[in-house]
Design a protein around this ligand. Sequence first.
Ligand code: MN
Length: 423
Amino acid sequence: MELTTFLEIAPESDFSIHNLPYGVFKPRIGGAPRVGVAIGADALDLSVLHEAGFFNQTVFASHNVFNNSSLNAFIRLGRDAWRETRTIVQKLLSDDVADLRDNAILRDAALIPQSRIEMLLPVEIGDYTDFYSSYHHAHNVGTMLRGAENALMPNWKHLPVAYHGRASSVVVSGTNFSRPRGQIQPSDANEPIFSPTRSLDFELEMGFFIGAENALGEPIPIERADEFMFGMVLVNDWSARDIQAWEYQPLGPFLAKNFCTSISPWVVTFDALEPFKKPLPAQDPKPLAYLARENDWAYDIELEVSLQSATMDAPHVITRSNFQNLYWSMNQQLAHHTVNGCNVRVGDLLASGTISGAEKFSRGSMLELTWRGKEPLQLPNGETRRFLDDGDVVTMRAWGAKDGVRVGFGEVRGKALSAQSLS
Ligand code: MN
């Protein structure tokens, strides 16, 4: 049966009745943060629906988990509760159910135009891990650093490489940041200098939130990995390439990455992404048994990055990629993350790494698009870019679309401001 809603939703909206992503918001006119679901151009306030008794048949009937400044308490309830909530909300929004459709007072209280709310960081993130799972990204970066013959490190096709990132500087879309300063080693100097980064970059990534915990010492088997995942967001892992080049050996990225990481505000569930599942392409060599899952999968999610400089009057698309450009699956990432007994906790964020495709126009960072600045990007107003300038706004979008069903992530947007002066 076709699922339709009584609300008018533009066909190009990311937030169809098939999506129903969760977020945390507060009304611009004031009021406490609460949990909502995006539907068309509106947000549906779940705390109001809970108060109105629509969750009375659930295990959380007596506790309004939606009266909260993060999704963590809701996520902790577990997958059955997420699914129950999705079913209840989908029913309430559907054409043939009267409860919300015919109740003007309830609609007024529960449905708020997204233009009248401020989105907050949806999840309290305890730990953030960033993978390096796109073959083309790893190959491009490796080629620039070591030449095409030695582009991939010997471990790359055997394990999903990652580093532990910083959770404290993960921010919600719309948060601007100052160009970071740090140590850089210019190629024409003998000594490092202290300077604002000269090669500010974005990284086109997606990430998933942990939805259930393993005990310390107990690896998550790959066959069950998906049961530990709540949902996905877009991630822009802002990077300072010159700081990175000088600092990264031997322990990996540090200050080049931890000054800001932006995520989209609406968390899209795996139930909503089900129609976009695709088989994970065969891997060669075959991974070790703990990384092998029969019928492992990816998702057909389109990705797009646009750039708008301070003098441009519209954003300009500079790259298009797809989530299927990842070599390693999310199941493999999580199985690998915990195989040594490392425990993950509800709200942890695991990001994919830059998602680059095979074509030049599908590269997921400025570093790759301009080949470390050698081939500057031409913008439609005549400006060129090697890396990002102050005032540049980077916006990423992601969506699945199939048979008239669209499930999108909205956007993650951020602006680089000039470096703060040091007092
Ligand atoms: Mn990254």
